[in-house]
Design a protein around this ligand. Structure first.
Ligand code: TXE
Length: 485
């Protein structure tokens, strides 16, 4: 194959790369140039079957190991990922277009964090003993069995690890389907896990669109489905999983509020708004895309924001000086351009940006709209691109009410120098992952996930253990059985 980023084969099943060229071709496009850099084949029914059977065959013996033994392998994989961080980051940059200045620090490394954290936790997973007079109950924390992970295209390595690490720590097997837009990095995660000693079959990667995802979700041998994706897909996957009463984790989209009070540090608030909107070219589910700025600080905020956006280094993502790269695909760029046009047509004030760059690849300028009102399309729908909407507000109460007027509930942020107010406001916001005087930090130690349409369940932290294991309780009678007849 002529492509330098061509994987050994399309799928990774039962501890090895597997190809089946009878599956439809999925071209892999480098977003910075629009050039094809690899091709994979969609999983055929036979590939899906191989993945499920090998996972089922391996799971019970894996669950029978001690947590410490399982954890050791995950921690070894974490070390290997860190040793190979540079190459993995370059691959993530090819897969997504995100600049190397990001991927070197937040993609493979956050995957390694998850493997290290859940590897460390695995040995401490226990049930409990409940004494009931002479009798007693004990609980066993057991694996769910076979977990399916379905990924989005914005954080392919991270998502593969955030789902795989807790699943494996708890004694499950996983079949992971990356997004068809970014199929390369999850294969590396599977390869490294097995190189670190994971028994064959426990972490399989198969490629494809929703056509491959859907039969995975409904397969009766699958016990749990964890999806990162859009709300419409979440609805379908959740409903299909409900048919089989399967466990689910749904990490879906958002339209999160970022509330900036006029007592906030202007520089920090502008920095927070940049992190909340333009990191990964705006393709982050937790982004704070509805920026509510108190009237007293509004013009100063917009002026400073405009100045700082001029400092963005837009360009070749493989150049470490670049800190703003292309959109993941032409399709996603067109979706975002459609929203920019709607913003203009509905009367929002374009402060800066709004254009595609006259170069190859899928580049859009960082874009800011001001004077946005709550009913505009750009105020209500998830755009998933570098488009910030700035709203004015007068009072704390008004900001809270308007911030909550959304069907989503993933994240929220508050900037204020009045810490009492910061805590008071965040307590009233309907969202799962929140920030005070910061934005978009996602350490593995903290639960991550949404409320309302943004999802169910939590990833990361000890909370994730509840979503990848189940309790069995065992009543033990010590005396005679007192039956009625
Ligand atoms: O997501 P999809 P896409 C949002 C964002 C973006 C939109 C579309 O708004 O514009 O989603 O992105 C698989 N059964 N987010 O198209 O369609 C699909 O193959 C089983 C938010 O990537 O939701 C992919 O692997 N699986 C998000 C995954 O679901 C199915 C990050 C997500 O696809 C399926 C990325 C089916 N019926 C985009 N249909 C976030 N929360 O961070 C599709 N899939």
């Amino acid at each position: 194959m002529p492509y330098p980023t061509q994987p050994t084969a399309s799928h990774f099943i039962n501890g090895q790369y597997v190809e089946d060229t009878s599956g439809a071709e999925i071209p892999v496009i480098y977003p910075a140039t629009g050039e094809q850099i690899a091709v994979v084949h969609e999983a055929t029914p036979s590939i899906v079957e191989q993945a499920i059977t090998s996972a089922k065959a391996a799971q019970k013996a894996w669950a029978a190991l001690s947590g410490t033994e399982r954890g050791r392998i995950l921690r070894r994989a974490a070390d290997m990922i860190r040793e190979r961080n540079h190459d993995l980051s370059v691959l993530e940059t090819y897969d997504t277009g995100k600049p190397l200045s990001e991927t070197l620090y937040v993609d493979a490394t956050s995957g390694a964090d998850a493997l290290e954290y859940f590897g460390g936790l695995a040995g401490s997973l226990t049930g409990e003993h409940i004494q009931l007079g002479e009798d007693w109950v004990y609980t066993r924390r057991e694996a769910l069995g076979l977990c399916v992970g379905i990924g989005a295209w914005n954080y392919p390595t991270q998502i593969a690890c955030w789902k795989g690490a807790p699943a494996l720590a708890c004694g499950n097997a996983m079949v992971f389907k990356p997004s068809e837009t970014t199929p390369l990095c999850a294969l590396k995660v599977a390869e490294i896990l097995h190189e670190a000693g994971l028994p064959a079959g426990l972490y399989n990667v198969i490629q494809g669109t929703g056509k491959v995802g859907a039969p995975l979700v409904t397969d009766p041998r699958v016990d749990k489905v964890s999806l990162t994706g859009s709300v419409p897909t979440g609805r379908k996957v959740y409903a299909a999983a409900a048919e089989g009463i399967k466990h689910v984790t749904m990490e879906l989209g958002g339209k999160s509020p970022l509330i900036i009070f006029d007592d906030a540090s202007l520089e920090d608030a502008v920095g927070g708004a940049i992190l909340a909107n333009f990191y990964s070219s705006g393709q982050v589910c937790s982004n704070g895309t509805r920026v509510f700025v108190q009237k007293g600080i509004k013009e100063a905020f917009l002026t400073r924001l405009h100045e700082r956006l001029q400092e963005a280094q837009i360009g070749d993502p493989l150049d470490e000086a670049t800190n703003f790269g292309p959109m993941v695909s032409e399709n996603q760029m067109k979706i975002v351009q459609g929203y920019i046009e709607k913003g203009k047509a509905e009367g929002a004030r374009l402060v800066c940006g709004g254009n595609a760059l006259p170069r190859d690849g899928f580049y859009l300028e960082p874009t800011v709209f001001a004077d946005v009102t709550d009913e505009m399309t750009i105020a209500r729908e998830e755009i998933f691109g570098p488009v910030m909407a700035v709203f004015d507000f007068d009072t704390e109460e008004e900001a809270i009410t308007r911030a909550n007027e959304t069907e989503f509930g993933l994240s929220a942020g508050v900037f204020t120098s009045d810490l009492t107010r910061g805590h008071r406001v965040i307590a009233q916001i309907e969202a799962g992952s929140c920030f005070i005087n910061s934005y978009n930090d996602a350490p593995v130690e903290a639960p991550f996930g949404g409320s309302k349409l943004s999802g169910v369940g939590r990833e990361n932290s000890k909370a994730a253990i509840e979503h990848y294991s189940q309790m069995k309780s065992v009543y033990v009678r010590m005396g005679a059985v007192d039956a009625p007849f």
